[in-house]
Write a protein that binds this ligand. Structure first.
Ligand code: ADP
Ligand code: ZN
Ligand code: ZN
Length: 768
């Protein structure tokens, strides 16, 4: 006897439960199919997750219902993706339905009640009704006329003129049936089919595009590879030929030409009839990257991003499933692209935090990529000039492959970096936010008609409003964070909930008139800069000027055309941008990066400084970098100025080891949220209690699991919700997860959990 394990009503998160149904011999049921089943006397749709011959213990001997039918015309989810969803639910400790939604976004849709007639038009009974009760018959006729011989309940009420009570009556009398159906984002008339094997003949022979000389953005021919590039490509090719899963780190300094390497290995993979995914940390970078590949792969390449309309997404998905697409480029979620014969997933700038999803399920694209390549026996290529400590550690210990490029192409030097101690500037009487060194270098660039980039941590950072007499800081009434002053519109804004208010003229606390705007937002940098260099053309690239993708692209394109001299921006411009005429990069205040309450702050500071510095001198013109700071001795600043990643790694990893931070330990962070603080505290305590029980049961001295908290999170209140957290630490991740699974299950049954939002994050990027 065969049974189907069915996830019911996947659009409804409350029902994250698996049900078992017997498969009638007449039905051909496979995993991934959408089926109709009976649940509490209602017919509902579900997805078959697995087919099994054994029932779980608690169902043995029970009467298991039959599966009713297979929903025709619905897409069958490929088995590798089903498996991926189950794996993700397990590893991120989240509901299966939620993971399935993430893996298979076509399911994002709604469940609707549909009205289905039980009798057919020709039935005698129906003919009788036609004579006896023409009004009711009119209602039935609306259903018979409908293309699917059934209608959504809402539409049916409109067309028939029936009340809901009447429909219910007719249902009880056995004339009609109400069925909940799932409506996907697929445009009507378009039928999704399951993945086909790829047809290699469809894709014109690769040799054609290999030999074709490629002209890049600047009208140049694609260059022959450098020695280092050739060596790295060979190593990756060798790994590909082995046909076993492998993850490889490509550590290549900024400007070493990693993109050309990606291009080469992608071409290789496609040549062999396989497919690839190239991930970039941010959608804004996709267009630059896709331009590079578009000319070559044309319609065989597709760009996936979250702003695609659902119809466009459905079409993209269909083309991918059909094997028309060989290369998918996109941000984080593109890692789920259902490509058949997937052999290569590349993560460019693998250290970027954007690869971690900050909503549930909180997956990391790197882990998902690895899982997928295990399934397909392919290669994960992680590229970065500043790999995450975890990745580099894995490469050093031989857990993953390692290859590197230590030189920029064409023997261009890495730019010299000068560290300026801002405390000394202050002592010399320079109260400007620009050191004398930076000012003179900027002036030189303006004279030489070269471009400069000035970098700040984030939009309007630290531009808080503060009383100089009593120290009062204006905070958001709903979130526990300082408001940020924006001179545009002269308002203060909360960066978490967007609350806005006008700055006070006097201190609300002590009445003093010395209430001031502190810090240097991008706007203030721009203003002061314009004052220093009235003739300079200055552009600003930050969250405020680039709310839309077009805004972002427009600013970059003006700068690229050299119609502006200086680009002032936030960290978004640190990533991947390549402007040949930029010869000066300035960091206004490196300290902001370091002052975050987070064990990864120094790692991030190093990464950002290195990336930012890497924007200078990328063409024939040599570049230079100035870093302004109040802590010039910090190792992240000193070593970034020497472009010395390995040394930074070894010093930082020592520090992590001493303090038992990741990768020496694993952390699961549980965040609880509710409007009432007592409720959060009670829930947090109860969860901590259940977790503790699990830990006490299996105490092994050398493998301790510890629970920190419950304690208020660093951001203790956001959008009127109190936030408390528990941090669970331990050496073995599988064990930690098991604790969490059991603890959460018990906690969910406890009354204290009711209504309290629960957020679980495995190996969070920050514990703040
Ligand atoms: P990375 O991503 O490693 O920082 P890029 O891939 O952006 O570096 O390459 C840096 C610059 O070098 C780009 O302008 C690119 O066009 C150029 N480049 C890459 N490979 C070569 C090569 N083999 N010969 C000449 N120029 C190259
Ligand atoms: Zn005051
Ligand atoms: Zn707020």
């Amino acid at each position: 006897m065969q049974y189907a394990e069915v996830l019911v009503d996947v659009a409804n998160r409350r029902l994250d439960q698996l049900f078992y149904y017997q498969i009638p011999a007449t039905l051909n049921v496979k995993a991934g199919m959408r089926v109709l089943v009976l649940l509490h006397y209602r017919q509902v749709q579900g997805i078959v997750l697995r087919i099994t011959e054994v029932l779980p213990e608690n169902l043995k001997g029970h009467n298991v219902k039959n599966l009713l039918s297979v929903v025709e015309d619905a897409t069958v989810i490929p088995e590798d993706l089903l498996d991926l969803a189950l794996w993700m639910a397990e590893t991120t400790i989240s509901p299966i339905a939620q993971s399935l939604h993430t893996v298979w976004p076509l399911m994002k849709g709604k469940v609707e009640d549909w009205v289905v007639p039980i009798a057919s038009k020709e039935d005698e009974d129906v003919q009788t009704i036609k004579l006896l009760d023409p009004e009711i018959y009119q209602g039935f006729a609306a259903l018979f006329r409908a293309r699917q011989k059934s209608l959504p309940l809402k539409l049916f009420l409109k067309r028939s003129g029936f009340t809901l009570e009447k429909v219910e009556d007719l249902t009880k009398q056995g004339w009609l049936r109400i069925e909940s159906r799932f409506t996907s984002g697929v445009p009507s008339g378009r039928k999704l089919s399951s993945s086909k094997q790829m047809d290699n003949t469809e894709f014109s022979s690769s040799k054609e595009y290999l030999n074709k000389s490629i002209v890049d953005e600047h009208g140049r021919q694609r260059p022959p590879l450098t020695e280092e590039q050739v060596k790295v490509c060979q190593e990756i090719k060798k790994a590909l030929a082995n046909k076993v899963h492998k993850t490889i780190l490509l550590h290549g300094v900024t400007g070493s030409g990693k993109t050309e390497v990606y291009h080469k290995v992608i071409t290789e993979v496609i040549d062999q009839g396989n497919t690839a995914i190239l991930l970039v940390p941010e959608i804004s970078l996709t267009s630059q990257m896709s331009y590079f590949f578009q000319q070559e792969f044309g319609e065989h390449m597709i760009l996936l991003h979250s702003s695609l309309k659902s119809s466009a997404k459905a079409k993209a998905w269909q083309d991918i499933l059909d094997g028309k697409i060989k290369l998918v480029i996109g941000a984080r979620s593109a890692v789920f692209a259902p490509l058949p014969n997937l052999k290569l997933i590349i993560l460019d700038e693998e250290h970027e935090g954007a690869y971690k999803q900050d909503e549930n399920p909180k997956y990391h694209a790197r882990d998902v990529a690895r899982r997928r390549m295990e399934q397909f026996q392919g290669i994960v290529l992680l590229g970065s000039a500043t790999p995450s400590l975890e990745t580099y550690a894995a490469a050093q210990s031989g857990k993953i492959g390692f290859t590197k490029m230590e030189h920029r192409v064409a023997h261009r030097p890495l730019p010299p970096v000068e560290i300026v101690d801002m405390r000394e500037e202050m002592m010399k009487g320079n109260r400007s936010m620009f050191s004398m060194a930076l000012q003179s270098r900027l002036r030189l660039r303006l004279e030489q008609k070269e471009q400069s980039m000035l970098f700040l941590n984030r939009r309007g950072y630290s531009t808080f409003v503060n009383c100089r007499e009593c120290g009062y800081v204006v905070r958001c009434p709903s979130c526990d964070v300082a408001l940020t002053y924006h001179s545009q519109g002269q308002v203060m804004r909360c960066h978490y909930c967007n609350h806005e208010e006008v700055p006070p003229h006097s201190c609300p606390e002590c009445g003093s008139r010395y209430i001031r705007f502190f810090g240097q937002g991008t706007q203030r940098v721009e203003e002061e800069l314009q004052g220093l260099f009235p003739k300079a053309k200055i552009l600003r690239l930050d969250w405020d000027t680039t709310r839309s993708q077009e805004g972002y692209q427009q600013i970059l394109s003006v700068f690229r055309k050299q119609e502006a001299d200086i680009l002032v921006g936030t960290q978004m411009m640190a990533k991947g941008l390549d402007f040949p005429n930029v010869t000066l990069v300035g960091v206004i205040a490196a300290d902001q990066l370091l002052n975050m309450p987070d064990f990864r702050a120094r790692e991030r500071a190093f990464q950002l400084l290195t990336q930012v510095a890497g924007r200078a001198g990328r063409s024939d013109k040599p570049g230079e970098v100035i870093i302004q700071t109040y802590t010039p001795e910090d190792r992240s600043i000193v070593l970034a100025s020497h472009h010395d990643y390995p040394r930074f790694f070894w010093e930082e990893i020592k520090y992590r080891k001493e303090r038992l931070y990741p990768p020496y330990t694993h952390v699961i962070r549980v965040l609880l949220l509710h409007e009432k603080e007592e409720r959060v505290i009670r829930a947090a305590q109860s969860l901590a209690g259940y977790l503790q029980i699990g830990i006490d049961k299996s105490e092994e001295a050398n493998d301790k699991v510890t629970i920190l908290g419950p304690a208020p999170a660093v951001l203790s209140r956001i959008k009127d919700k109190f936030r408390w957290q528990l941090v669970v630490k331990g050496k073995r991740l599988d064990k930690l997860r098991a604790f969490l699974h059991q603890g959460v299950q018990k906690y969910a049954l406890d009354s204290s959990s009711q209504g309290v939002q629960l957020n679980i994050e495995v190996d969070p990027l920050s514990v703040g």
